[in-house]
Write a protein that binds this ligand. Sequence first.
Ligand SMILES: NC(=O)c1ccc[n+]([C@@H]2O[C@H](COP(=O)([O-])OP(=O)(O)OC[C@H]3O[C@@H](n4cnc5c(N)ncnc54)[C@H](OP(=O)(O)O)[C@@H]3O)[C@@H](O)[C@H]2O)c1
Length: 230
Amino acid sequence: MKIKYSVVVITGANRGLGAQFATQMLERGAARVYAAARRPESVDVPGVEPISLDVTDQQQVEEAARAVGQADIVINNAGFSSFARLIDGEMRDIRREIDINYFGALRMVRAFAPAMRKRGRGAFLNVSSVMAWLGYEHSNSYGASKAANWAMSNGLREELAGAGIQVSSMLLGSTDTDMMAGIDVPKNRPDELVATALDQFEDGVNEILADDAATILKAGLSGDPGRFVE
Ligand SMILES: NC(=O)c1ccc[n+]([C@@H]2O[C@H](COP(=O)([O-])OP(=O)(O)OC[C@H]3O[C@@H](n4cnc5c(N)ncnc54)[C@H](OP(=O)(O)O)[C@@H]3O)[C@@H](O)[C@H]2O)c1
């Protein structure tokens, strides 16, 4: 899906990767960029149109879809990691990850897809994570929610086949945003990562491997997952 002249909606566009997506969409010639955020006053990207949107609120999602009308591209970027463990983390945190990372994206798709289907044109970019493919300390309940997001993209691609709608899933490893602020590991630069992802998105890639971690883990998926356990 070409970005030039397109109408784009980005969730969680007030910071981190969402703000980068908004910036680079404008740089690539998008006609209009709706920067959706829970606090639209916190959106700080010149040239975008901030809109109020909590992806856990069905009514707000439907209102956003009505307000935007016809979107060419929806980027389901909003995400949350509680760093809860599966075995003894708070169920409230684990549910919240699923509600934002899976149901939030699904709510957006269900609200925006009907207008795309009518026009026979549109694209979703669903931001998953390499944690969908890997067990890692304090990222496992988050990983389960991102695996659901990844499976959602595979399923939507099948359900929307022939409708003229691109469904891209984006896989990435640790990147230097607030989400990873407390974690001392090597990190991607958000600007470089988003540029790589958008190049692939514009090429119509279904599964966007946005960094080396995604590429290496994808290549190793046929191996025994037990080999990652220390
Ligand atoms: N950074 C990484 O290493 C990494 C790795 C793999 C995947 N990802 C994924 O990349 C995406 C962007 O993450 P990031 O690194 O930019 O994280 P971030 O800096 O923590 O930003 C998260 C964004 O999601 C928004 N958000 C959270 N809950 C929301 C809700 N209920 N409704 C609407 N917006 C909500 C936040 O808004 P508020 O400001 O209102 O909280 C914020 O804009 C996420 O899906 C994340 O899971 C990140």
